[in-house]
Design a protein around this ligand. Sequence first.
Ligand code: SF4
Length: 477
Amino acid sequence: MLELTHTTKTHDESRQGEALEMVATGKSNGRKLYIESYGCQMNFSDSEIVASILTDQGFETTKDYKEADVVFINTCSIRENAEQRVRNRLKEFESAKAKNPGMIVGVLGCMAERLKSKFLEEEKLVDVVVGPDAYRDLPNLIDKVDDGSKAVNVLLSREETYADISPVRLNSNGVSAFISIMRGCDNMCSFCVVPFTRGRERSRDPQSIVKEATYLFHAGYREVTLLGQNVDSYKYTPVVEEGKETSATVNFANLLALVADVSPELRVRFSTSHPKDITDEVLYTMARYENICKYIHLPVQSGNSRVLELMNRTYDREWYIDRVDAIRRIIPECGISTDVITGFCTETEDEHQETLSMMDYVKYDFAYMFAYSERPGTLAAKRYEDDVPEEVKKRRLTEVVNKQQEHSLYRVQNFVGKTHKVLIEGFSKRSDQDYCGRNDQNTMVVFPVDPRYKVGQYVHVLGESCTSATLIGRIID
Ligand code: SF4
């Protein structure tokens, strides 16, 4: 499942505000499209859907908003500062629009869905507001603005999965790609806006997912990450035609196996899992397939059962520990990461200590950690007072971050002296003399370039040293 209040392991801070690369599909309408994305991987994947819909209309994408005819920001609404970032960015577009009055400025994604037409009142620069389920309507909405009026479509859908739209892979390394397998979320975690901004849960037809994975494999990709807010509740029951055989319902374990069967050379990852729904069947399926990576993003949010109940997470401390024990029993080498919120409404010092002791119990490989940020319209905002003082929230967050730093180092140190199968994803950010890629547990590995191997190939790397986030090694044959 995917960040969002729980950050999908794919909430990549370094990608925030990333603009599209140049893409054209041959038939041009002479207009240029610029899209900038914020938030979780779901949003980045949605931008690839938007690019596909509009390049089909003849738009060419550009990385420079100053030369664009249409400028879109795909927004995030997970915390107040995420929304403030969008408002600040819109201000930067004012001068470009002043120079090119015909430029269309639009907002997409969760903040657009949360604010709806109010966005037009609050931000005069904005011409079009489109929610996550209404991207097929974009060509029509752009026509409306061309005719001189503002346009809004924030209808949420119970069916829309964009299954028939092939995403335009943007800023891709050509090695790993994301495949969205479902949309929306039926959980109602009390701190979260996602159910209000992305609607009810719906799973995509597994055949279209396998087709996309197969296409990517033949296009040279060697890793796919299956995306959903809560992948464990993936469930697809085909509509049965009159007089036809009922074919079986496909659950997440089944889907994992279907995608892993595309090729043993195709690595499969997924995000995000939910403690209440992750089954032993999923864990045994992971254990059965060498090419399903041994890594799970399992948001805990809090280590205390009373706080978890207030958060409406639908599991308690004992249940979560039982799931971690099952992972350790069935896949001993599995990497686990998580999300933690500190300072949720009425959280006491002792309850905060239970979050720290949970971290000691699991010793996560990685974590996304945030101080509670009240979101308008959520259950928590309606029911509970945001009563933990900011300085207490921040102090608790620092304690959680320091604890995680220790555990991340402990986990990476355990990889030193061992050999890891690594998929070469590209060159290290630090030096083009080094390759980088991730091991099964999703830990970044850096090692000297060896001309016998190229990006997109698997190699075996012996871990020799590390930092708390990166394993450093060399290729061994
Ligand atoms: S409601 Fe809960 S499970 Fe759903 S996206 Fe939000 S945090 Fe994740």
